[in-house]
Design a protein. Sequence first.
Length: 347
Amino acid sequence: MTVILGIESSCDETGVGIVRLGSGGALELLADEVASSVEQHARFGGVVPEVASRAHLEAMVPTMKRALASADLELSDVDAVAVTCGPGLAGALLVGVSAAKAYAAALDVPLYGVNHLAGHVAADTLQHGPLPSPCLALLVSGGHTQLLLVDDLAGKITEVGSTIDDAAGEAYDKVARVIGLPYPGGPPIDRAAARGNPCAIAFPRGLTGPRDPKFDFSFSGLKTAVARWVEARERDGEEVPVADVAASFQEAVADVLTAKAVRAAGELGIGTMVISGGVAANSRLSALAAQRCAEAGITLRVPRPRLCTDNGAMIAALGAHVVAAGVAPSSFELSADPALPVGTVSV
Ligand code: KG4
Ligand code: ZN
């Protein structure tokens, strides 16, 4: 039995998770504590890196203490430390990496620098067990929108497609601002959309033309189309139908994401799809994905919302997979890599 501590600090969430790796490779989630600085960024409409770094510094030790208490463990029970070393905000990542080094050195246990994006996929194994190989992951967050071919969570992940401009979550956050909803925009748009008509406005579906790249995404044209539509209404002195705009925008995002992901699974001959990242918490995305995956005979796995958004448990889970695969630990020279490629699962 091995107890793995996971530390996440790539954006505005300070996460500490603890996972127990059983002898058969089974994972047991023992703790998942998150401190968020999201409220400090809200008035800026996006994450302010310096503010996030300082908040991580202040939250790290209290979050660690809460995680150990909720797992009913002492620091001395920890057998390995995993930490997000990229991609993400440089200063924010450095706080987590420095803390992880300190804990690993003090406890004399191995240190594993791991990839945040692979961590989002690993989160699903905490809820639904081991992933079949291969599987397709649709990763949709505030910073990333990618289709990933996952042959081995501990080592072989290949990008099949990605956004060429905004991430899906970024589009949610920017559109929320345009229609007067708070930051982060995903949850309030999701709620407003429930009262609106998804067919009210025909917003564009980016990169879906016959000559466009099949598995890449674009959301910047959609974001601009929503802004222009709202501006035209305001210029004419008409009220903006927030619920209809939210529902129509959300439909365009969910339509493109699910259509491309299902097509990729079909063309690559993959029978299981995982959707993770903050936007996977979206009600319409999961409903449409469930419908289209069922039609295509694909098994769909979406972790519960708490595991979709940034957290330390996903990093502990990925660390456990890496430990179980016998991958060598990181050196204490480990540094943060804000642009760590998705194919580099551990450093
Ligand atoms: O994965 P995450 O917590 O952080 C990053 O790694 O970026 O994702 C945050 C993003 C934000 O853009 C937020 O607006 C979006 O996830 N989000 C949602 C929902 N909940 C969070 N987007 C759509 N619908 C939701 N229910
Ligand atoms: Zn994330």
